[in-house]
Design a protein around this ligand. Structure first.
Ligand SMILES: [Zn+2]
Length: 682
């Protein structure tokens, strides 16, 4: 069960950079925040700013065997992981931890995952009951009950169900039904006919056979079963929206009465489904992909119960393989790690267990983390910076000559109403009803998923909780949530290279400042701009302004469509548009917030030979240093709305006259775009 609505600063384990207002004493902060050793000074910054700033780092930091990608975010993540490991190991060893306390729960969750001997002995047995429930299915009604149960424990067959705010009535929660049920990362993997896609499908089929083999099915059987899975999933893929369509909230807002849902997909007994999830008394549901639900109906009519059992067994084992004995873990990793992402080696067990504990009880872990590793001083400084960014944003909005006074007024209202959340929640999540035991790692995982389902479903009877966080405090990332019109910066991102209390303002504005600007701009990107100040999907633009905005964003689409990061694979300018607008806008606003912070003060001295303006752009670029395996890069381009790091540097900078001025970029330089081709929106 997911909240599909939040917009992050960065792809999974990659974020932006942070920084802050920090001390004004340039003398004492000399050299802080920028690492000259990472530069490749043989590269001309006017031709390739990315490799100029990050070139030596790129040469010296190959992707580790256990990763698909290596970035500044990963480097920071390593430190966080070792801090969290200390907390978890202490909790796991603490025999005095009170039963039912958060400490007991995180300790036991982690230690059941670390107990490799028991995991080997147990094999698949902790899932016996789950498999027995599938085996006992006799008719469609049983089938729907089992699907509901699997959804409740966090397994995702056939379609998705979740609860979040009503996109058009942001003061209420409502149920959603969505597309889902695939084993590959995107619909395109099933449908594309290029060589890479065909090869991946063949590998997927092999993986399915291997997994059924591990469930002790005979080879002939496994071969047949894998075909069954591919058939069902390909039908679902065909009826699924593309990733670009998924960025359009309006086409996904299809509010139906329960009676209409029953009419759209009569093969599902919705009373049974919802009842099994403990969802009662609902009148309306938003169906994000009605065509998909029609296909679910067709498939239920034409697929045999035996085939559904095969499909459910696959989704159960696929969703839990990482928490079982080595043979399951290794086969799962072989396909999703090595084949799809080029990763050579499994991450060490402690990291995998730690991340699973973090996923299950992120705020319990987070509470201990911030007590030990976070300083209130950072929060105070980042808070000041957020205020400065919002003030600069308002000034800048009013200078947009392409926008009418009418639309500007609405935009300013939206900006004024942005809510900020910094470091960690005021109120920590209550895990008291979650049961974590020493019996089984995979059962702990499923119980934590069920706890989360219950928590989310309970919202249907409650007012909207505006204090809730969508990310744990230790996460090195940030997000904008359009339904709450809020920007959120966890404690995790408030550290170097994103935020450095020792660094000068230029560096901090170029790093965390631009991250803050990026998140604010998500409220005004092609998607976020469709939501009003109160988080409702509701137009607040004049038709003329909307048309001008669209025209400006199309220029960004075109620019990114032209980038080719790997083989002949182009960036998808439509898929990455929101993030690219946010980078361009965020960097621009942070730059002007920086300039504003200098008003009435002497010009800052050069540091390491760089002016303040130059250091601002260097700081941004440092945060995007990246090495990719080609497989991981291809997967990112297909499925992730964030452009690869290199293009998050050269894309926005090649549009900014402020960058041209700082580094004297002229016609003929590779970073140069003629004025007529530059994009400027916010
Ligand atoms: Zn973003």
């Amino acid at each position: 069960m997911k909240n599909s609505n939040i917009v992050l600063i960065s792809a999974a384990a990659t974020l932006l950079m942070a920084s802050c207002t920090s001390p004004k004493k340039e003398e004492s902060s000399k050299g802080h925040g920028i690492n000259l050793a990472n530069f490749d000074t043989t590269v001309n910054p006017r031709n390739d700013f990315y490799h100029y700033v990050d070139g030596n780092w790129i040469k010296n930091n190959p992707v580790p065997a256990s990763e698909g990608r290596w970035t500044a975010f990963n480097e920071l993540d390593e430190k966080k992981l070792s801090n969290l490991k200390e907390i978890l190991e202490a909790a796991a060893k603490d025999t005095t931890a009170k039963a039912g306390s958060n400490k007991q729960k995180i300790g036991d969750y982690y230690s059941t995952g670390m107990d490799s001997v028991k995991l080997q002995q147990d094999g698949i047995t902790p899932l016996n009951e789950e498999f027995a429930a599938i085996a006992a299915i006799k008719n469609t009604n049983d089938l729907i009950k089992v699907i509901a149960h699997e959804h409740y424990i966090g397994i995702g067959p056939l379609f998705g169900y979740y609860v979040t705010q009503d996109q058009k009535i942001s003061t209420q929660y409502i149920s959603y039904l969505s597309q889902g049920g695939l084993g590959l990362p995107d619909r395109d993997y099933y449908l594309k006919e290029d060589e890479d896609s065909k090869k991946l499908r063949a590998e997927y089929e092999k993986h399915l056979q291997n997994m059924f083999g591990l469930l002790t099915d005979k080879p002939e059987e496994s071969a047949k079963e894998s075909k069954t899975i591919l058939n069902i999933e390909t039908s679902l893929a065909k009826a699924s929206m593309t990733r670009v369509q998924l960025r359009d909230p309006e086409i996904q807002y299809n509010k139906k009465t329960l009676a209409q849902v029953k009419e759209l997909c009569p093969s599902v007994d919705w009373d049974t489904y919802l009842g099994s999830m403990n969802v009662s008394d609902i009148k309306e549901i938003i169906v994000t992909q009605p065509e998909f639900l029609k296909e679910v109906n067709n498939l239920l009519k034409k697929t045999s119960i035996d085939d559904w059992k095969i499909y459910l067994r696959w989704h159960l084992i696929n969703g839990t393989a990482g928490k079982l004995s080595d043979s399951f873990v290794n086969e799962h990793f072989h396909f999703y790690g090595t084949v799809l992402n080029g990763v050579k080696e499994l991450r060490p067990r402690w990291k995998r267990c730690l991340e699973s504990t973090d996923g299950a009880m992120g705020e319990a872990l987070g509470q201990l983390y911030v007590e030990k590793y976070f300083s209130a001083e950072s929060k105070k400084k980042v808070n000041e910076m957020v205020d400065n960014l919002i003030a600069a944003y308002k000034e800048r909005l009013n200078t947009r000559d392409w926008m009418s006074a009418e639309t500007k007024k609405q935009a300013v209202e939206k900006l004024d109403k942005i809510m900020k959340k910094l470091a960690y929640p005021d109120k920590w999540r209550d895990y008291s009803s979650l049961e974590i035991k020493k019996d089984s790692y995979v059962q702990n995982f499923l119980r934590a998923n069920a706890f989360e389902s219950k928590r989310v479903i309970n919202k249907l009877n409650e007012p909207v909780d505006r204090t809730e966080w969508g990310m744990s405090p230790q996460t090195i990332n940030a997000y904008y949530n359009p339904s709450l019109n809020e920007i959120v910066f966890p404690a995790g991102i408030m550290q170097p290279p994103f935020f450095d209390a020792e660094a000068d303002d230029a560096v901090n504005y170029g790093a965390i400042g631009a991250v803050i600007g990026h998140e604010i701009t998500h409220g005004f990107d092609d998607e976020g701009s469709q939501y009003d100040a109160d988080g409702n999907l509701k137009n607040w633009w004049t038709a003329e302004d909307k048309a001008k905005f669209k025209e400006k964003t199309q220029r960004v689409v075109k620019q990114f469509n032209n980038y080719v990061p790997v083989d002949s694979v182009h960036i998808n300018g439509e898929l990455t548009l929101g993030e690219n607008i946010a980078d361009l806008g965020g960097l621009t606003i942070a730059y002007y917030a920086y300039k504003k912070s200098l008003e009435g003060k002497p010009q800052p001295e050069k540091i390491d030979g760089f002016t303040g303006e130059q250091r601002f752009f260097i700081a941004w670029t440092q945060g995007w240093r990246t090495n990719n395996r080609p497989e991981a890069l291809k997967e990112q381009i297909k499925t992730n709305p964030h452009s690869p790091g290199q293009y998050r540097v050269i894309g926005p900078l090649s549009n900014l006259k402020e960058f041209y001025e700082a580094f004297n970029v002229k016609e003929g330089d590779a970073m140069y775009r003629p004025d007529s081709e530059r994009a400027e929106i916010w």
